[in-house]
Write a protein that binds this ligand. Structure first.
Ligand SMILES: [Zn+2]
Length: 240
């Protein structure tokens, strides 16, 4: 599938971006005027959310179109202040059709603490999102944010921005948004696991008990868990 093939016409893509903004706001992945999204168009231009506006209350006409250099070519509002970060991601990754940035509370707490999230030992996240590295702190809305994520993006679709928030990318808007949901879900579960374990990362066997996947019907369990035992995860090195 080519980028954003699932929504090929501009009006439908605008509607979808508005809808995802509402979802992000309703699910508290963003509050107030936080967060931003972008989607690559078939002509190479970029549809992006406006600056200074609640993304849960946008209308399709509030969205802005910029060219690949970031110059506004359609819309009356200013493009997102994180435009440079989006341009970096879309330029560096030709396979990426959309980017989503938010400040989900659990994942951002790990970002504030400077702790990357490593789903090793939790197969359902390991296989869907993979490692979520930490990009070094860069002042929000500056070109430094793009520089901080550039190399990391070569190997991941989800990044914690130190002391800031989360960036996810995908082939299309839905894919990038679902990864944002998944990062926050994983952060929430690790938070709870750490609480149960008194601050220490549970062992793989303890994770088995905490997430209790063996109680799932065999047809709902991840393939690696069917038959009782999970495959042995690689050793945990950094992060949680
Ligand atoms: Zn932000």
């Amino acid at each position: 599938m080519t980028v954003n093939e699932s929504i090929s016409d501009l009006p439908a893509l605008r509607e979808r971006m508005v809808e995802i903004g509402r979802l992000m706001y309703d699910r508290k992945l963003i509050v107030a005027t936080e967060g931003n999204m972008s989607a690559r168009l078939s002509d190479g231009n970029i549809l992006i959310t406006p600056a200074g506006m609640c993304k849960g209350m946008m209308k399709p006409g509030d969205l802005v179109i910029v060219d690949p250099q970031g110059r506004r070519i359609d819309g009356t509002r200013e493009p997102s202040s994180e435009l440079k970060m989006h341009l970096t991601a879309l330029t560096r990754r030709p396979d990426v059709g959309a980017c989503v940035h938010g400040h989900p509370s659990c994942a951002t707490t790990f970002a504030i603490l400077g702790i990357p999230l490593t789903p090793e030992g939790v197969p359902e996240f390991d296989t869907t999102i993979g490692s979520i590295p930490l990009a070094p702190y860069a002042k929000p809305s500056t070109a430094a944010v793009g520089e901080s994520i550039a190399e990391l993006l070569d190997n991941t679709d989800a990044i914690l921005l130190e002391r800031h928030g989360v960036l996810t990318v995908g082939a299309d808007l839905d894919s990038a948004y679902f990864k944002m949901e998944t990062v926050e879900r994983f952060a929430e579960m690790i938070w709870r696991a750490l609480s149960f374990a008194g601050g220490d990362m549970p062992s793989p066997d303890e994770l088995d008990e905490l997430f209790d996947l063996d109680t799932l019907p065999a047809t709902q369990a991840p393939a690696s868990r069917r038959g009782g035992k999970r495959h042995s995860p690689p050793g945990r090195k950094h992060g949680v």
